[in-house]
Write a protein that binds this ligand. Structure first.
Ligand code: DHB
Ligand code: MG
Length: 233
């Protein structure tokens, strides 16, 4: 049994490894308590007035926006690929779009598609309040609006966060309209715990996973909801 000179005070290698608890975390155990989530969000993702306004969805709008750390992850990914052309499917009231639009290079455009007119109106007001003029909100179903956007491509990033039954359609459109090296990103990729169930939307979500895996270097990042990220080959 070897000894480890570890500042945390372990002198026995097996005690050291047992405290790493990797078997649990690999199986899905999460160490993020609400207090830890608050701490890391306030440290890495402080909300200015623009983000705070878009995060606080009003009465009557479902609070299904991405979390602050997910939004920040989108921001960093957009920055890493130097995006100037982004498509988002599922605006809600614009929280994720603000994160992404602020990471775009100068002169870029983010087209964001929202099914509900009321949400689209709120999003437009949130973008104006955040001082952003590089976002276009398109109202309608993703299946109808995406084909009208193809001529604006190829795109650097496609972020899918809308009706789960259509993820395979949205994923196919993304693969066809991304540049090589562009990112396809999908929220809720664990499908609220139903990903491997026998249902139409689980089959659609698995179709999305498999399509991305086939055409991209990809991963499902283990965020609370699962976030698929693929780099198009
Ligand atoms: C739902 C949709 C989302 O995109 C999400 O992140 C959480 C919930 C929903 O439709 O219930
Ligand atoms: Mg979502």
């Amino acid at each position: 049994m070897g000894h480890v000179d570890d500042p945390r005070g372990f002198t026995d290698i097996s005690a050291y490894h047992s405290r790493m608890a990797d078997q649990d975390s690999r199986a899905g155990t999460r160490y993020a308590t609400p207090a830890i989530i608050d701490y890391v969000n306030s440290t890495h993702v402080p909300h200015d007035a623009g983000l705070a306004r878009a995060f606080a969805v009003p009465e009557g709008v479902p609070a299904i926006q991405v979390g602050p750390s997910d939004g920040r992850t989108l921001h960093l990914l957009v920055k890493l690929v130097g995006a100037t052309k982004i498509v988002e499917v599922g605006t809600l009231v614009g929280y994720s779009a603000i994160h992404m639009a602020r990471a775009m290079r100068a002169g870029g455009t983010l087209w964001t598609i929202e099914f509900e007119q009321k949400h689209a109106d709120l999003a437009r007001a949130n973008f104006a309040a955040a001082g952003l003029s590089n976002i276009e909100v398109l109202v309608g179903a993703g299946r109808d609006v995406l084909p009208t956007l193809s001529t604006k491509g190829p795109f650097d990033v496609v972020f899918i966060d809308a009706d789960k039954i259509s993820y395979d359609f949205y994923g196919q459109w993304a693969i066809e309209n991304l540049r090589r090296g562009g990112l396809v990103i999908g929220d809720n990729a664990y499908l609220f715990g139903e990903l491997v169930d026998d249902s139409d939307r689980a089959r659609a979500m698995r179709g999305f996973h498999e399509l991305v895996a086939k055409h991209c270097d990809s991963v499902c990042v283990p965020t609370p909801d699962g976030l698929v990220v693929g780099i198009k080959r």
